[in-house]
Write a protein that binds this ligand. Sequence first.
Ligand SMILES: [Zn+2]
Length: 624
Amino acid sequence: MDILKSITEELPKCIVDAGFEAANIVLYTNDADFFKESEPKIKELVNKFKKRIELRADEKLLLTQEKTKKIIEETVPVEAELTNIIFDQPRSLVVIEAKKPGLVIGKQGSILQEIKNKSFWIPQVQRSSSIPSKITESVREALYANNSYRRKFLNLTGEKIYKDWTNEKKEEWIRLTMLGSGRQVGRSCLFLQTPQSKILLDCGVDVASHGAEKFPYFDVPEFDISALDAVILSHAHLDHCGLVPYLYKMGYKGPIYMTYPTRDIAALLGLDFIGVAYKQAAAPIFSSTDIKEMVKHSICLNFNEVTDIAPDIRITFYNSGHALGSAMTHINIGNGAHNLLYGADIKYMKTRLLDPAITSFPRVETVIIESTYGGKNDILPPRSESENNLLEIIKKTIEREGKVLIPELGLGRAQETMLIIDDAIKSGKLPPIPVYIDGMIWDINAIHTAYPDYLSQSVKAQIFQDKNPFVSEVFKRVGSSLERKEVIEGGPCVVLATSGMLVGGASVEYLKNFAGNKRNSIVFVCYQGVGSLGRQIQEGLKEIRSEDGQVIPVNLEVNKLDGFSAHAGRTELLNFIKNCKPKPKRIIINHGEVSKCLDLASTLYKIEKVETNVPRNLETLRLK
Ligand SMILES: [Zn+2]
């Protein structure tokens, strides 16, 4: 039986259209009174069908956009600071962007209710970032510029999810194939199959590798892009998201599920990835059109929001504590027949920026966990110790009139380092020195301010009180190559620049200029992939070669501070599993160098007495 038919049969004749928005069911009415008084009836249906059901006004009822705009401007208090009003006509929605979204909503939603009753549009509220963010604006633009396509796409996605709505018991098996990240860090890509669904978990690139080794194994016979039902993206680091636009280039037209910040940052990183490829005189493997396709097909979920993504698969995102918007995905397969937690990258400790990963789940049988710092010797030093070390290095370097370079991933550590430095300068632990921010970091700061709900309580409170730490006067943005030259030729300073592993980007430019002088320092605060320039310098590389063949000696002081890692250290990983509720029966370890994965697996097996697996790339495990 068709679910839409079952629902509309219970409603009066004034329902003129019914469709899907992915897993949500949307009904359209042409009866003004029913529209205003339908709430109890819709609630009753939600309880009966256990699906999200929404009633909207048919186009004929909608007030003109002009009149609606006027109503919104009159109803919303000025203090809310409206920044934009976007109409999504095909879906009868109006998106209201404001600096203070709470004031747009009103007490118990009173203001929204008033707008809805007067205009028949369904208002949705979005926070505008306090630092203007071009990327967030253009992502939102791309979504609404294609809204007729989007309505069709969401409906088609829903039709696929509900195609077997009758809940007949089917033969069940679940298989998981490693297309990447098996016994390595980089190119995370896991392929989950059931008799009814094919799902891709992450689709990353190994930035530190070369040739085919960079990309996941798409050429296995069972991977057919046209048969793929959905892609789930855990977070926006290139080793997890780098190849998602390429899937769209190869003809994938299905949904990609992620959190809102992940969508914006993934789009930004994709554009930067193209830029870096051009600078290295290599042809980028996808274009900005493919990134736009990714955005057009994105379906964003908040943490703890349960949603069906295929006839037999339901997912929920949980905070993973690793970077803004980073999620663990709880995957309920076959109506509870098996529960899989894809941990992706986690941090099981409170940082300045984020709260620790969640460990309580409704049910879990299998956990997939990372092992970036899972080796015996990967006991990360306490954060306070690393913070003091960082400040000490900066102080000493400045005293000897040197410059400090901190290569950063755009997302995550850069913001954490900024919070530490801001705090140290304001509290007098560091003298008031110039701190420069170069590369993508600034744009990503802006995205942080657009989604404060994803940040730790303390940073969120600061942003809500208009004491946004990311716009502190301590930081100066380097916006052009001329400004970069001034920093290079200028006096002692601290520079935070992308990329984090010294693989292209601004950080490499600074390195070339800072490397020769022993008064300068470099501080590594994030993981350095095998083969990357960063890793080679950590391991004692004596000279670097620039593109024009110039040889530059590496004389600067090299420091490595593991305590800042956005990845859980060995102790955190063991604690995460220990505290997992309920206790998993099986643990699959990936995303770590081979010895570290094996090491973590054998320890977990001994402590937890559960089955552990360390699959190689191309290996398939049967989960049920
Ligand atoms: Zn990551």
